[in-house]
Design a protein around this ligand. Structure first.
Ligand code: SF4
Length: 410
């Protein structure tokens, strides 16, 4: 198998690690993830550690510190490591121990935000979660999706609402104070009443962070086939829009700050003086700030300017390609200055704080008005964007037509 040579890079502060194993494929999922491959976990973990060592060997020895975040938030983002999937919580603790030992050479874990995505239904015991914590993991993200058992079955999830609650309680008991829960709205059979009940439960749990996503019917999935075949129905756009608006109201009243189109953080003292709440997910902030990050693992993506990187997809191809090449890239896409600007705009506009003009200058080497002054003026006149001396951001109306706004910058 031939793979593009990886680029040299100045040391990164953000690392995404893809764990492509799941107990079962959910009906709506089109991620790069595989069921019934648990017997390959040990070989995969060994390959992932080898890949991290290969990246370490390529890092420039004297990295300039990344300044991207400072312009927006007046403070550097902490370094971050994110175990995403797939279902990272299918890995034994010994696997996390090995991977974190390997990643220490790239991003020492002591001062990093380290998140692990977990699914209820995997053995998320208090002991397992306490073990993660003792390895330095300090943030857990739980894929709950809905608290309606009937819908969980339609989605092909392997857990019940009670399992989700038990997983959340176990994370609290294990000492995690940074816990995210993921939910989806616009699901088959989901009524406004059941969504409202879910939102109220979420507020009752007092989670510190939640991500709420509208269902996307990916064409290649069994769920999409069931909907197009008329076997099940999903709420229409009006109902789904109403669910999103209900979330805005209930979470605001429940003490949460929305800081991104799909993300809310429980308000903490001092948040009013911050551009993003203290409880925000710093790893995802790195994406929204279009910062450099390194991706490792099967199908992982990375951003090492001037390139976007993507990895070999299948587990066994990945393991074989690591043996042969060290870093198994499938593609290396060069980005032009215009691409970098477009990405900085459409990622940054997802944040309620918007994109700071200083950040655009620092990240893209160009002033907003020099590259898109007329476009911004038109969108401001149309009521979709607003700007002040420091930043440009979506208006409430612009938030409803976000994709339309983003398209102006591509
Ligand atoms: S658990 Fe997540 S990654 Fe795995 S199949 Fe379900 S939706 Fe996809």
């Amino acid at each position: 198998m031939s793979t593009p040579p990886p680029p040299r890079y100045a040391a990164v502060r953000h690392l995404y690690l893809h764990i492509p194993f799941c107990a079962r494929r959910c009906a709506y999922c089109d991620f790069n993830t595989y069921a019934n491959l648990e017997h390959r976990i040990a070989a995969y973990v060994a390959a992932l550690c080898d890949e991290l060592a290969a990246w370490r060997a390529l890092a420039d020895p004297a990295p300039p510190l990344q300044r991207v975040a400072r312009a927006l938030m007046r403070a550097d983002l902490p370094p971050t490591i994110f175990f995403g999937g797939g279902t990272p919580s299918l890995l034994p603790l010994s696997a996390f121990e090995r991977i974190l030992a390997a990643s220490d050479a790239l991003i020492p874990r002591q001062h990093a935000e380290i998140t692990v995505e977990c699914n209820p239904g995997t053995p998320l015991s208090r002991d397992y979660l306490a073990g993660l914590r003792s390895l330095g993991v300090n943030r857990i993200s739980i894929g709950v999706q809905t608290l309606d058992d009937r819908i969980l079955r339609v989605l092909g999830r392997t857990h019940t609402a009670a399992d989700a609650r038990a997983a959340y309680d176990a994370a609290v008991q294990a000492g995690f104070d940074r816990i995210n829960v993921d939910f989806i709205f616009g699901l088959p059979g989901q009524t406004p009443e059941s969504w409202l009940a879910t939102l109220h439960t979420l507020v009752e749990w007092q989670v510190d962070h939640c991500s709420l996503y509208s269902l996307i019917l990916e064409p290649s999935t069994p769920l999409a086939a069931q909907v197009t075949g008329g076997r099940i129905t999903v709420p229409d756009d009006d109902d789904t829009g109403a669910m999103y608006e209900a979330a805005l109201d209930i979470l605001a009243a429940g003490g949460y700050t929305q800081y991104e189109i799909s993300n809310w953080a429980r308000r903490l003292p001092g948040d009013a003086a911050r551009l993003v709440p203290a409880n925000a997910c710093h790893h995802n902030l790195a994406y929204w700030l279009n910062a450099d990050y390194l991706g490792a693992g099967a199908g992982a993506h990375g951003h090492i300017p001037p390139y976007r990187t993507s990895h070999v997809l299948a587990v066994d191809d990945y393991i074989a390609a690591v043996r042969e090449h060290g870093i198994p890239l499938a593609d290396l896409v060069p980005l032009t200055g215009r691409d970098l600007f477009a990405e900085t705009m459409f990622m940054g506009l997802r944040l309620n704080a918007g994109v700071s003009l200083a950040h655009i200058r620092e990240r893209c080497g160009v002033a907003l008005d020099a590259i898109a002054g007329e476009t911004v003026a038109e969108l401001v006149a149309a009521g979709l964007l607003e700007r002040d001396a420091h930043a440009v951001r979506l208006t409430d109306r612009g938030r409803m037509f976000g994709n339309q706004v983003f398209a102006h910058f591509v």
